[in-house]
Ligand binder design. Structure first.
Ligand code: PGA
Length: 258
């Protein structure tokens, strides 16, 4: 069975103080390694170190929300993979819809970042997902295929083992509108089939595919209970322990057999 990954994407939120306070609550809520559930917190860059210090000794992993593909050098304002690694990150979120649609990142840029993260020894959380207009036009699967073709370009099976996918329909992010468990499952199944075609069926079964988009305590169990949903990438509800920990608990319950 695939181990659930419950990831908090704090986006451009928290202060040093509130981020550190949240980290201590998370460290207490996920103090020990668990076979069925892994927990990840992705704070803004300036808080990676103090948040990482609070998480040290707990089972909560640290992740960054992006990283640049070049080695350290003259790239004003950018952050290198080895820098986030140096701060204790094990994961890097890449291709988030806000990076794609607000910052204008292309599949080609995202692919370079994915390759840099993997060669730096970290795990990429590669986000894919369609806009509302694309869903309404019946293009969801074509959009996912294009983003997967782009994101995985030039990546071997052994490298692809360091990628977790996050399916995040853009219309469900921060809107309070969640994909139904059936819509999520259908997209996840499509992504797994893509992996089976690109690599092989055995490999595709090992890859974790997270769902993201208005995940909350009250919808977590039905989403995580779908056969191809292996975790959640949580934005808004990850900013408070009171709303994030119940999502971890939903995964624990399912991992323990429902
Ligand atoms: P949300 O964000 O949970 O606030 O919808 C999810 C994400 O963008 O990763």
């Amino acid at each position: 069975m695939r181990r659930y990954l419950i990831a908090g994407n704090w986006k451009m939120n928290t202060t040093r103080q509130s981020g550190v306070a949240l980290a201590s609550e998370l460290a207490a809520a996920a103090a020990k390694e668990e076979a069925g559930v892994e927990v990840l917190a992705c704070p803004p860059y300036p808080y990676l170190l103090p948040v990482g210090e609070k998480l040290a000794g707990s089972a909560v992993r640290l992740g960054a929300q992006d990283a640049y593909f070049e080695a350290p050098g003259a790239f004003t304002g950018e952050i290198a993979v080895e820098m986030v690694k140096d701060c204790g990150c094990q994961y890097v979120i890449l291709g988030h819809s806000e990076r794609r649609h607000v910052m204008g990142e292309t599949d080609a840029t995202i692919n370079r970042k994915v390759r840099a993260v993997i060669s730096g020894g970290l795990t990429a959380v590669l986000c894919v997902g369609e806009l509302l207009s694309e869903r309404q036009a019946g293009q969801t699967e074509a959009v996912l295929d294009r983003q997967m073709d782009g994101g995985y370009s030039g990546i071997s099976e052994s490298e692809a083992a360091s990628i977790v996918i996050a399916y995040e329909p853009v219309w469900a992010i921060g809107t309070g509108v969640t994909a139904t468990p059936e819509q999520a499952e259908s997209a996840h199944e499509h992504l797994r089939k893509w992996l089976a075609r690109r690599y092989n069926a055995a490999f595709s079964e090992k890859v974790r595919i997270l769902y993201g988009g208005s995940v909350k305590a009250d919808n977590a169990e039905s989403l995580l209970g779908q056969p191809n949903v292996d975790g959640a990438l949580v934005g808004g509800a990850s900013l408070k322990a009171a709303t994030f920990v119940p999502i971890i608990e939903a995964a624990r319950k399912l991992a323990a057999g429902g």
